[in-house]
Design a protein around this ligand. Structure first.
Ligand code: ADP
Ligand code: MG
Length: 176
């Protein structure tokens, strides 16, 4: 592991230097393609936090990640009243949408700490609402709607070889 940026950590906490990459998606298919490639790089225990306005593409992105993990995309849907959906699969997938929660305290009441430290992959929509509960090595995916079907997607992932492979396979969507 490379050394962290000055001031980015302290004490004996593990350091997770993250690499930031920006993507431009021109269509729902582009977003699905990026998401599938990220999904292929994930391992059990990973947490992915998704941030962005309503309609930005968070749930669509979750479908792509799920597909890479062997979960049919039609099973991953926008929850109406469901906050947590668990999908069995080769790698279990927990899909959480914290939109309706007031914050980390309320999240604790539904067992967020346990959900986030589960055996599978965990996807959290509106992750910024529970920022203080996310693990330090969380993969952050941030969406901005830039008009029509265009989305700017910024992904910060730990500086690990498996994410290098993801970055290499998604070059065509990256800003240069
Ligand atoms: P969120 O979960 O962020 O509220 P959804 O994934 O449910 O958003 O919805 C995104 C909507 O935007 C879908 O209807 C999708 O078809 C549309 N869309 C249009 N262009 C894109 C794009 N480039 N990436 C993702 N979604 C897009
Ligand atoms: Mg959604």
């Amino acid at each position: 592991m490379r050394s962290a940026e000055p001031g980015s950590t302290g004490g004996n906490l593990p350091m997770f230097e993250k690499r930031h990459v920006s993507f431009t998606s021109g269509s729902p298919d582009d977003t699905l393609a990026i998401a599938r490639e990220l999904g292929a790089a994930l391992l059990p225990g990973d947490v992915v936090g998704l941030t962005g306005d309503l309609g930005a593409g968070k749930t669509l992105f979750c479908k792509g990640v799920g597909e890479a993990l062997g979960i049919p995309p039609d099973r991953i849907v926008s929850p109406t009243f469901t906050i947590v959906t668990e999908h069995a699969g080769p790698v279990p997938l927990t899909h959480i949408d914290v939109y309706r929660l007031s914050g980390a305290r309320e999240a604790d009441e539904i067992g967020m700490r346990e959900l986030l430290s589960g055996d599978g992959v965990c996807l959290v929509e509106w992750a910024e609402k529970i920022a203080e509960r996310l693990p330090t090595d969380c993969i952050q995916v941030t969406f901005a709607i830039s008009g029509g079907d265009r989305r700017e997607i910024a992904i910060a992932a730990p500086d690990l070889p498996r994410f290098d492979a993801f970055r290499a396979r998604t070059q065509r969507f990256q800003l240069h």
